[in-house]
Design a binder for this molecule. Structure first.
Ligand code: NAP
Length: 312
């Protein structure tokens, strides 16, 4: 028989872990599922300095503290890659690669993953100079020249982090203005190890039989092509939602982001969504935990109302 819970939370990032804390503290039985280690994108972040209570905290350290907090009232944590969710009304079935569970409610907090640039050489040199994680791979580029592609918070924050290791970090951006928060821009412009190539698209990542050696760049204003010699390429050109297992529920927009109301409810009763996977403007640890709390309480209200319906 399938093991059953009051609520299954899919994704153990800051949003999912906070939902687990609230739901278990409300005495619900909770399973927190993740296909990897708890913490989500926090694990790829060196210093978080916009989460209240900490002037600056290492992402993995905050993840561990949140996990301890989330599981203190009995929430169970398990590895599992969710493959499908079936809504049968008051009961929902969650299938992972190895198990089947039944639950009254679901909170989806699966987050997002970095988008690929989609140029020749990107896949060929994956793990051989091409990376999407400065914290994971930065140490391979000590005293070397790396490029960062993109102009958002990720590109500028991770680019700044890389200057602690690399000899030079060249940011290649397709416009002449960054999208990143002003404080990140100010720091980057003041950093002597950071250089900027504006109005430019990387058209190919080239290398030898071992590793990346250069990127080909096209200036989209002048049409001029050039080649920049590099040892590493860090790609931060946006994110995609991780919502493939939920495609059958009809809860996403045309780009796959999950639509909820202010209570974190999707249009399917008993299915909530929190954190980066939601269609929204601001993706931060601070916003994720607020949404997790709202959903944890919302699940409690939903299950209480379900019980009342059964009694009546
Ligand atoms: P993002 O904000 O979507 O920025 C993506 C960047 O890549 C943009 O500058 C965009 O250029 C560029 N880009 C997109 N497609 C491209 C292509 N095909 N070729 C070249 N460049 C391309 O993504 P993100 O920086 O990963 O951030 C994702 C979310 O996480 C955001 O909400 C962000 O605020 C949040 N975040 C926050 C922090 C923090 O608060 N410290 C840190 C990291 C991420 P255009 O500007 O021209 O569109």
């Amino acid at each position: 028989m399938a093991k059953s819970y009051d609520v299954i939370i899919i994704g153990a990032g800051p949003a999912g872990m906070t939902a687990a804390l609230y739901a278990s503290r409300a005495n619900l039985s909770v399973l927190l599922l993740d296909r990897g280690i708890y913490g989500g994108q926090m694990n790829n972040t060196a210093a978080i300095e916009n989460y209240p209570g900490f002037k600056s905290v290492l992402g993995p350290d905050l993840a561990k503290d949140m996990y301890d907090s989330a599981t203190q009232f009995g929430a169970e944590y398990a590895y599992g890659s969710v493959e499908s969710v079936e809504d049968q009304g008051a009961v929902k079935v969650v299938k992972t690669d190895s198990d089947t569970f039944e639950t009254k409610a679901i909170v989806i907090g699966t987050g997002s993953e970095y988008r690929k640039l989609g140029v020749p050489g990107e896949d060929t040199y994956g793990g051989r100079g091409v990376s999407y994680c400065a914290v994971c791979d930065g140490a391979f580029f000590k005293n070397k020249h790396v490029v960062v592609i993109g102009g958002g918070d990720s590109a500028i924050e991770e680019g700044s982090y890389l200057t602690q290791l690399a000899s030079k970090v060249t940011v290649i951006h397709r416009r002449d203005q960054l999208r990143a928060q002003q404080i990140l821009q100010d720091r980057a412009f003041a950093n002597p190890k950071m250089e900027f190539v504006w109005n430019s698209n990387v058209t190919e990542i080239v290398g030898d039989d071992k590793k990346v050696t250069a990127v080909k760049v096209n200036n989209n204003k002048t049409g001029e092509d050039s080649e920049i010699a590099v040892d590493g390429v860090f790609i931060y050109v946006g994110i995609n939602p991780i919502t493939k297992p939920f495609g059958n529920l009809g809860i996403t927009d045309e780009n796959g982001w999950i639509i909820t109301n202010d209570h974190m409810e999707t249009k399917v009763p008993g299915i909530f969504a929190v954190g980066d996977v939601r269609k929204k403007d601001l993706r931060q640890v601070a916003t994720a935990v607020g949404e997790g709390g709202t959903a944890g309480q919302g699940v409690y209200n939903y299950i209480t109302a379900l019980g009342d319906q059964v009694k009546n």
